[in-house]
Design a protein around this ligand. Structure first.
Ligand code: PMM
Length: 292
């Protein structure tokens, strides 16, 4: 999954793709580099970020989704708002990626159930302006898993088919980078894959990677210089049976992740190795032959 943030202020690529034409061009480039899905978002979720209005979010994402869809690109919409998800689906989005797992907008679970399309349920404890104050856990893996499954319950109760659910442990969201929460979740991905739901992981350019890679005086490495760490993490996720990795740079990630997944498949333990509804949605069911 390649990321196109149509925002002026995202942590990882703030402003680079804020212009619609640039965003569309970038999405097409990521597909050419091997992305199966393009994730289009119009609201930054960087720690401390304030929310944008619904109107502004719609203005940012809908034209980009329409243009990418017209080119045959499988698109997911990264939004916490049901109305934006519905407009994005109308514009052609095939997956809803909700970093709040339906907590930010109580109408979201019903909206995705009505649409009947794959839904990424990410672990989240609150909006960006204060999410890091909520990063308190006794057992981060168990609590994140349990809280995620509670959110899945809500969306299933609204009528979404279980085959459409995708789990995401939400690296960086209400996770304390100095307490090791992100690393623990990565080390125990089996707690999530063992649920039977496909697992998506977004480690790309997150600050916990920069904090690992400090320079001699302890300054974290800038996010743009963490892509090699992202490649390592995404390969481990693929080897651990992750279904999808969300990344800002596709070219360096695609081959290592596919190779790691092939090793896992050869061991006979590939999670989700059969075709799923999510594969059909992202174009994998026909090997991406309809992509540019
Ligand atoms: N991270 C960001 C935004 N959307 N969606 C999912 N499913 N998982 C993530 O980890 C995730 C996400 C924040 O990253 P960015 O703003 O740097 O792209």
């Amino acid at each position: 999954m390649g990321v196109v943030n149509v925002t002026p202020d995202s942590f990882s690529d703030g402003g680079a793709w804020f212009d619609h034409e640039k965003a569309i061009h970038h999405g097409l480039n990521l597909v050419a580099e091997g992305a199966d899905i393009i994730d289009v978002g119009g609201e930054s979720t960087r720690p401390g970020a304030q929310r944008v209005s619904r109107e502004e979010e719609l203005r940012r994402v809908v034209p980009v989704i329409e243009a990418l869809t017209a080119e045959g690109v499988p698109v997911s919409v990264d939004t916490m708002r049901a109305e934006v998800a519905e407009a994005a689906i109308g514009a052609g989005a095939r997956i809803v990626n909700d970093v709040s797992g339906g907590l930010a907008d109580p109408d979201m679970p019903r909206a995705v159930a009505r649409a009947g399309i794959p839904y990424v349920v990410m672990h989240w404890r609150g909006h960006s302006h204060d999410m890091q104050t909520r990063a308190l856990y006794q057992d981060v893996v168990r609590e994140v898993r349990d809280e995620l499954l509670q959110r899945v319950e809500v969306v299933l109760n609204e009528g979404l088919d279980p085959s459409k659910v995708i789990l995401d442990p939400g690296l960086g969201f209400a996770k304390n980078p100095t307490a090791g929460h992100n690393w623990s979740l990565l080390a125990h991905l089996d707690a999530f894959t063992s649920t039977g739901y496909p697992v998506l992981v977004g480690a790309s350019r997150k600050s916990f990677l920069g904090r690992l890679l400090t320079d001699a005086d302890g300054t974290p490495r800038p996010f743009g210089e963490c892509d090699d760490a992202t490649v390592a993490i995404t390969s481990l996720v693929a080897a651990a049976g992750g279904w999808c990795v969300r990344v800002h740079r596709v070219r360096p990630t695609a081959t290592p992740s596919a190779s790691a997944a092939a090793v896992r498949a050869a061991g006979g333990t590939a999670a989700g190795s059969g075709k799923t509804d999510r594969d059909a949605a992202d174009g994998r069911a026909d090997s991406g032959s309809d992509r540019p």
